[in-house]
Design a protein around this ligand. Structure first.
Ligand code: MN
Length: 477
């Protein structure tokens, strides 16, 4: 692709992360048609209505976009993915298409973004050696930093897909058991050690057949693209519950993804040799193609950059993760999401979570306002962005995964917390947060009831139903 292509008739600056080298897909609505989601393609500071454009210019593929989200397109397979990307590139660079498309370009600031695809299964890996080593040193001092299996297989676990939410959705501080005093019994309450994890997510397009593993060489037939992931983590809940099994309630309360899915086709120039290639592996993990990715992350807390993790140092490639995920015969479904695990580099300023950045809270960060953070505080806003190496020195943007910590708690009502309502409305361009999924609103946290206690009829249930239909952002119940 030449640099001039990036300009096109749209006049997008060559250094724009959403130039023609990127062309990511999402789902959006506009204020005039708030109940009609459409598939959008981000280009510069605008969004092309692909649902409408395909009816005008590519009727043979229009059915893939009619539902307004990516599910049918993901399922359509790599030939359709390539055809549509090729068509988009032509449309947005050739003057002859200008008349047909110009009225289908919406300013990004007017687009409300929605969850781009129906998340099927969600898996989280542990693929960064620097992250895994740091965690080992923190929790198992004196022992080997990496467990004996670590270099032989990409460790992972199955998470909770139903709580994957769009960037901009507030994350409610989770409640649970923890044991702050090792000499005493467990306590119940809001997590005191809320953390983020900066990760890269991989979106599965084409399903696979039960009993038939997906080999390394078929990675690009099944995986469509990538998004950013914040795997919010409650370290106190996690520490107490996860002996001897893996992450459970310390992770399942919320996982934020970015609104734009960047196709693998946009990452061709970012491909690098992953570190796992230097180790002896069982044949099903012995990769010959380079599917490491040169993607630079940036993590900001309340507008202040606290880390710049490099994905290129991630030990396992996404093709290896997929081969391992299916090697037992487990099948894939369209919309499966698997994430890399926390992305951390070798340097202290490259660590992808507070657990590492503050060394389990013992070395708090000092923010520009003079306050310190061992863990996330109420109202803190965490933003993960990233760009990948693109053609001709350009950068391929991945957008952002944004989330603000909400206090939650019993009796809490919408809008009580200062500034809450302003932080996720029309943020404009690619910082959207319009959609609220059922149960993702700000409301009272259900508390466990003593055995034999019956809840008043309609009590909690009714309030939750009400919550789902309440206005988003600042509306009071
Ligand atoms: Mn994680």
């Amino acid at each position: 692709m030449s640099p001039t292509l990036a300009a096109g008739w749209l006049g997008v600056a060559p250094d724009h992360p959403f130039g023609l080298q990127t062309l990511p897909y999402g789902s959006f609505t506009t204020p005039d048609r708030p109940t009609e989601p459409r598939v959008g393609v981000a280009v510069g500071d605008r969004v092309l209505d692909l649902t409408a454009a395909s009816y005008r210019l590519f009727i043979g593929r229009a059915d893939l976009f009619s539902a307004g989200r990516l599910d049918a397109f993901l399922d359509a397979g790599d030939l359709a993915w390539a055809q549509v990307r090729s068509a988009l590139t032509s449309w947005l660079s050739g003057d002859e298409y200008r008349e047909a498309l110009e009225d289908l370009l919406v300013p990004a600031a007017e687009a409300t973004m929605h969850l781009p695809f129906t998340v099927a299964d969600y898996v989280d890996f542990y693929a960064s050696e620097h992250h895994a080593s740091n965690v080992g040193r923190i929790f198992r001092p004196g022992a080997q930093a990496l467990t004996p299996n670590w270099r032989h297989l990409p460790i992972g676990y199955h998470g909770r897909s139903g709580t994957v939410v769009l960037s901009g959705t507030p994350v409610r501080r989770p409640y649970g058991q923890s044991r702050p005093d090792p000499g005493a019994g467990p306590v119940f309450g809001p997590s005191a050690r809320l953390d983020f994890e900066a990760e890269l997510g991989f979106v599965v397009g084409v399903e696979s057949i039960t009993g038939e593993p997906v080999p390394l060489g078929r990675f690009t037939e099944h995986v469509f693209g990538v998004c950013l992931v914040n795997d919010w983590s409650a370290r106190d809940i996690q520490a107490w519950e996860s002996a001897p099994l893996g992450p459970f309630l310390g992770k399942s309360f919320s996982t934020t993804i970015s609104p734009w899915v960047v196709p693998l086709a946009a990452l061709e120039h970012a491909r690098v040799r992953p570190p796992s290639r230097d180790t002896d592996l069982l044949p099903y993990l012995a990769e010959s193609d380079d599917w490491g990715l040169d993607i630079e992350f940036e993590v900001s807390l309340n507008g202040h950059v606290i880390s710049r993790p490099p994905f290129a140092t991630t030990h396992w490639s996404p093709a290896q993760m997929l081969a391992h995920l299916t090697v037992n015969g487990a099948s894939l479904r369209t919309g499966d999401l698997y994430a890399s695990g926390t992305v951390s580099g070798a340097e202290p300023g490259q660590r992808g979570c507070l657990l590492e950045l503050t060394w389990n809270g013992t070395e708090p960060l000092t923010l520009p306002d003079g306050t310190t953070r061992a863990w996330l505080a109420d109202s803190d806003e965490l933003v993960i962005t990233a760009t990948a190496a693109g053609p001709d020195g350009m950068r391929v943007g991945l957008g952002e995964a944004r989330g603000q910590v909400d206090r939650g708690g019993r009796g809490r009502q919408r809008g009580q917390q200062g500034g809450d309502g302003q932080h996720h409305g029309e943020r404009g361009a690619f910082q959207p947060g319009g959609e609220r999924r059922a149960g993702a609103g700000l409301g009272p946290v259900p508390q466990p009831h003593p055995a034999g206690h019956r809840q008043a009829p309609g009590g909690q249930h009714q309030s939750r139903l009400h919550e789902q239909h309440a206005p988003v952002g600042g509306g009071r119940q």
